[in-house]
Design a protein around this ligand. Structure first.
Ligand SMILES: [Mn+2]
Length: 387
């Protein structure tokens, strides 16, 4: 029996804000004492994580003096080294401070938009100093409660302007960042722009530097929109745009839960892991989740270990599924090849003629067996551990 210990090749990472979450919610205050970035690194080192990510203000408080910032950075670098952690990704907090109450890059106020870009430039400097190569953009406040308040077309233009400016900043500083956009349909705003990953996949080709921009899909966010997350990730993968991924879990039709990976939808989690492994995704696997509000810090460790362990187990299950002879033989039955398939690979007048003349009998085709009940039951049995 494998021990399912976290494999550093899979680059399991956590944000400072994830295991450092103090359990506040809209109806109640903190239930855990805040712990410092250094203590968070120690915790992540203890559970065997590969790396740690941060928003600028997770590490350096927004009101820190230059002297305080230097000391914090020095302590953090030492904690990274002591715990063998790297920083693959950084991001900007453009949502907590009151200045962003009506958005950052999409604010109606040009001075707020300028401040948001300035704050991001400084946060990019900080991320680069810690070694980050992926820069995430989650526009938590980029939205509205009423469309009377902001022009949604203008908002897209403002967002594009900010990203184009920041791409050029990264290039001018030789930071080598790849930008990853994270979609969410709502929370904290009533309606957030770029509601789903597909919105960003459509937006990226309109940028000045589409080659350095991709997506950071998050399980919970797509589930909040009622979507099949595996399909969203597949679209990003197929487009070569899966730069980063936020793993967690979420019941459909609920508030933003940020559950431990695999906690709520085991079968979705299985197909997600299978997709990432089958297509050899090699970016960081970031757990953007937090422990239940009932947890103490021992339980927070159980949460972090659980995220990684569930991934490792599902990876093993995916390999088992791929190796299962009965499953493979069913897949062979289902996926029928035929020379006619070559005709539709490429259009030509000759191929069009061939296709028009092909004897395709719809009644016979409809009678071909599709043993999907059997296949799905076998999948369930792999997952339930009886195969
Ligand atoms: Mn996230």
């Amino acid at each position: 029996m494998p021990d399912f210990a976290p494999d550093s090749k899979l680059k399991f990472t956590f944000g400072l804000w994830t295991v450092g979450n103090i359990g506040r919610d809209p109806f109640g205050g903190p239930v855990r004492e805040a712990i410092s970035p250094v203590q968070i690194c120690d915790l992540l080192g203890e559970v065997g994580a590969y790396g740690v990510n941060f928003h600028d203000n997770d590490l350096i408080p927004i009101d820190a003096t230059a002297q305080e910032a230097e000391r914090i950075k020095k302590d953090f670098k030492k904690a990274l080294k002591d715990n063998g952690l790297v920083v693959p990704m950084a991001t900007t907090n453009l949502f907590s401070d009151p200045v962003f109450k009506d958005g950052a890059f999409t604010s109606n106020n040009a001075r707020v938009r300028a401040y948001a870009i300035q704050k991001t430039m400084r946060a990019m400097d900080l991320g680069a100093e810690m070694g980050a190569k992926i820069y995430v953009f989650w526009g938590g406040r980029e939205g509205v409660e009423s469309d009377a308040t902001k022009d949604p077309v203008e908002s897209i233009k403002r967002f594009r302007e900010a990203i184009n400016f920041l791409c050029k900043y990264s290039i001018s500083q030789r930071y080598g960042y790849r930008f990853a956009f994270e979609a969410k349909p709502n929370e904290p705003r009533g309606h957030i722009y770029f509601a789903v990953t597909g919105s960003y996949l459509a937006f990226i080709p309109t940028l000045d530097h589409p080659e350095m921009c991709g997506v950071n899909p998050e399980v919970a966010h797509e589930h909040m929109a009622g979507l099949n997350f595996v399909h969203q990730v597949a679209a990003a993968l197929e487009a070569g745009k899966l730069f980063h991924i936020d793993l967690n879990d979420q019941e459909f039709g609920r508030y933003d839960q940020d559950f431990r990976f695999g906690q709520a939808n085991l079968k979705h989690a299985f197909f997600l892991v299978k997709l990432l492994e089958d297509y050899k995704y090699n970016g960081p696997r970031h757990f953007d989740a937090h422990a239940l509000r009932t947890a103490n810090y021992d339980d927070v460790k159980a949460f972090a270990r659980g995220c990684m362990r569930t991934y490792m187990i599902l990876r093993e299950k995916a390999a088992q599924w791929n190796d299962d002879k009965e499953i493979q033989s069913l897949l062979k039955t289902i996926n029928q090849d035929d020379p006619i398939g070559r005709v539709t690979k490429k259009f030509s007048s000759a191929n069009a003629k061939k296709l028009l003349g092909a004897p395709l009998d719809r009644v016979k085709l409809a009678e071909e067996p599709l043993p999907y009940e059997r296949l799905d039951q076998l999948t369930m049995e792999v997952l339930m551990g009886v195969r």
